[in-house]
Design a protein around this ligand. Structure first.
Ligand code: GDP
Ligand code: MG
Length: 749
């Protein structure tokens, strides 16, 4: 099978093209560096199937970042049959810089001029035929987003891949050209493949090449000596880069005709950026945007309309859908969808319970309480997870998130945090696993380590049921606050914890330079409907798969060990306290006493400890475990509570355990900041070659969650403990200063 590789600058539309060609749903992000690893798919519209490989985005083939090394090694060593060099045609000249390097490799190359829709909208024109002649490479205009020109691109790529091509360079300067020619001949004599590419890189004294071709380096040094007096500076790399740009300006730029050539035009994007990236208002605006999102997802009083409604206002009162769309206020779309899901799962539970009415108690217990109680407790949150995810995707795809990285870089750079590190952190709101993998784009090892450690604090989709269920329980039982405000507040606590932790690490054990953060801000554009739906579909599929595999298995196990004693006797619901799970739970429960959900809860206190621990398998388990156990408590103790999804599971728990409000908040915070799920732990381990660092990372998660959760519980319960925490904070600040002074003094010696 032929293999075609997609290579191009970050954000040039490679993944969009890749998805379009192969029908995949790889993540397209409107910021550079989303694709860190290569991805493969198959294109089937040519006479034979063709493997397409999406390479990470790169600006050049130098070995400075891991993306560059991955892309370079792939093209050189794995020898694709054709390289499709995708170019953001709205930035033609800058994108062609990479092209001048790719064309030095002995591989068929075809140029895809992408984003032609945007070019045409501007009124600019590119003469593709002329460019093709001047480059000596086939050029095809496309729009990956609109799906235009793709068949033609692949048709021509298919023709191109069958013709052998020798690399050629654009370096024109006669002396340099001579040197490159000489090195090329020498390398060819040694049987080196891609001699032109290696010759140019060797002339640049590229780190990798110098190691690979030790014998030939002296040719460059000799050249440098003999031409000492000429215009050449010491820095050959800059010299060659300059030569490339000169060539591009001289030969390729004329193929582009700009409509507004001499005018400096202020685009709508520029105008929006004046406000959205404002020095002072940028961050408050972001916080407001975030709040609006939480309001639309979680609020039971949308736009605070309850003030205008009658006091006893209930939608669809007296029907099965009573209160689904509002009760007292108007429900946000997320809440209405959740309630609808609740109606559905309730009906299903009742039907199943009816079927099993005459079966043995343990069968109906296992199925109704164990399986359905657990799975339905989290399935109800799927709409809200998807909605929140949709909003984040819109922010990302529109180009706004890239601005946030820019704003935060400006604000936090002096604390050792670069904007680059925020991009994986923001990805953590979706799922920690890809976020941790994305840290490969961070060039600095210490920054990477610090970032991986705090990614779990950016609350992921799987933690959302914990947040919603517990906040819902708080509002329903204690009658305080709003669900949207509580969830928003908890998300912010996670982010603030992450920032403080990173700053502390970067000031002490992981001190290091902050790498420069250079990112072009992509132009704002309307998010793509198709793209968003694909992402949502993927997320929903993943969630449901998880619900019916890992979570199903966990709930069955939880049900089983909460219904058997250590002597393997079956226990009915009201004897759950004598079960294996209760025994183990009571054993570990003192550990959680400082956090408010330990020994002080006595009777059923262990359920919170157990729920938190099952969260290590998958964070959804926290609520499904509460759901399973709550169903048992309800049937066992015959409480007069109607069971509808995860919310009332929590209310039941609150009622039976007498857990306090601060303890519930501490419970959320603990789950948000402690060791993440197995999958994320494995990803973190994979990204940390140093196993010692990995061990410390686990310790770090446990300690952080204890500090944050106990802080919330203790200050919330005994306000004066705030002074103790304040004292500790001051001590830490002075401690860090003293530590740095000492270290600095040592460095001086
Ligand atoms: P990659 O970083 O090269 O993989 O680029 P992506 O595929 O992630 O795309 C980056 C951004 O450019 C996304 O917001 C896309 O929606 C947008 N984009 C991709 N192709 C086109 C196109 O043909 N026209 C326009 N206007 N935007 C595009
Ligand atoms: Mg990509």
């Amino acid at each position: 099978m032929y293999r075609f590789a997609l290579a191009g600058n970050p954000n040039s539309g490679k993944t969009t093209l890749f998805n379009n060609l192969t029908g995949s749903t790889a993540h397209v992000g409107n910021w550079p560096g989303v694709t860190v690893d290569k991805k493969e798919g198959v294109y089937r519209k040519c006479p034979e199937p063709i493997a397409i490989v999406d390479l990470p985005g790169i600006y050049s083939l130098s070995p400075y970042t891991s993306e560059e090394v991955i892309a370079r090694n792939y093209i050189l060593d794995e020898k694709p049959d054709c390289v499709i060099n995708i170019i953001d045609a709205t930035n033609l000249e800058r994108n062609l810089y990479l092209t001048t390097q790719i064309m030095e490799i002995d591989v068929p190359v075809i140029l895809a001029l992408n984003m032609m829709d945007a070019v045409e909208k501007r009124g600019d024109k590119i003469d593709a035929n002329e460019l093709e002649k001047r480059l000596g490479l086939p050029v095809v205009k496309i729009s990956a987003l609109k799906g235009a020109g793709l068949d033609k691109l692949m048709e021509r790529a298919y023709e191109t891949c069958k013709i052998k091509r020798e690399g050629k360079t654009v370096i024109e300067d006669s002396a340099l050209k001579h040197l490159i020619g000489d090195i090329r001949i020498a390398l060819e004599g040694q049987g080196v493949l891609n001699p032109t590419f290696h010759a140019v890189k060797l002339a640049e004294l590229d780190e990798l090449e110098v190691i690979m071709h030790k014998d030939t380096v002296n040719m460059v040094e000799a050249f440098k000596r003999t031409h000492k007096d000429e215009i050449f500076g010491e820095d050959f790399e800059a010299l060659i880069a300059d030569a490339r740009y000169k060539y591009i300006t001289k030969y390729f730029s004329p193929t582009l005709r700009r409509k507004n050539k001499d005018k400096f035009i202020v685009t709508p994007s520029d105008k929006a950026d004046k406000v959205l990236t404002h020095k002072i208002w940028g961050i408050p605006i972001f916080l407001l945007v975030l709040f609006a999102i939480f309001h639309l997802t979680f609020s039971e009083n949308l736009f605070y309309l309850s003030a205008f409604l009658p006091a006893d206002y209930v939608t669809l009162s007296g029907t099965a859908f009573e209160g689904v769309f509002g009760e007292g206020g108007i429900n946000a779309p997320g809440v209405s969808l959740m309630n609808l899901m609740g109606v559905l799962t309730d009906t299903l539970s009742e039907i199943v319970a009816g079927w099993l009415a005459s079966s043995p108690e343990w069968v109906s217990g296992l199925i109704c309480d164990g399986v359905l109680g657990g799975i339905f407790a989290i399935l109800g949150f799927l709409p809200q997870i998807l909605l929140l995810f949709l909003f984040f995707s819109i922010l990302e795809d529109s180009g706004y998130m890239a601005r946030i990285a820019f704003i935060l870089d400006r604000a936090l750079r002096k604390f050792g945090l670069s904007g680059r590190a925020f991009l994986p952190m923001i990805m953590g709101f979706g799922c920690s696993v890809p976020a941790m993998i994305n840290t490969r784009t961070l060039a600095d090892e210490k920054e990477k380590l610090a970032t991986i450690r705090v990614i779990p604090f950016f609350s992921c989709g799987a933690k959302l049921p914990i947040l919603t269920a517990i906040s819902g329980g708080i509002v329903a039982y204690f009658g305080v606050g709003n669900v949207d405000l509580i969830t928003y507040g908890m998300y912010l606590i996670g982010v603030i914890t992450a920032l403080i932790a990173v700053i502390l690490m970067r000031e002490t054990t992981l001190k290091g330079d902050v790498p420069p953060f250079i990112m072009e801000l992509p132009a704002y554009h309307a998010p793509q409907f198709k793209n968003l739906m694909m992402l949502l579909w993927d997320k929903a599929k993943h969630f449901i798969e998880k619900a019916f595999t890992i979570i199903l298995a966990s709930t069955i196990v939880i049900w089983a060990i909460s219904h058997f004693s250590f002597s393997w006797q079956y226990l009915p619901d009201d004897k759950m306290q004598h079960s294996i799970l209760a025994g183990v739970g009571q054993l570990i429960q003192p550990l959680f006493t400082p956090l408010g959900f330990g020994s002080q809860l006595q009777g059923f206190g262990w359920v919170f400890a157990v729920a938190a621990i099952t969260g290590l398998i998958a964070k959804e388990n926290v609520v499904s475990t509460l759901g399973t156990l709550a169903s048992c408590i309800i049937t066992g103790m015959i409480f007069d509570v109607e069971l509808d999804g995860g919310l009332s599971a929590v209310t039941t728990m609150i009622e039976n355990t007498n857990i306090t409000l601060p303890a519930l908040l501490a419970f959320i915070a603990f789950n948000m900041t402690t060791i993440p799920c197995f999958a994320a732990v494995a990803a973190a381990r994979g990204e940390m070659p140093d196993k010692n660092k990995f061990k410390w990372t686990l310790v770090f998660w446990v300690i952080t969650s204890y500090i944050v959760a106990s802080g919330i519980y203790l200050i919330g319960s005994f306000w004066w403990t705030a002074f103790i925490y304040l004292g500790v904070a001051v001590a830490v600040i002075f401690g860090v200063r003293a530590y740095n002074k000492k270290r600095f003094a040592k460095d001086k010696k």
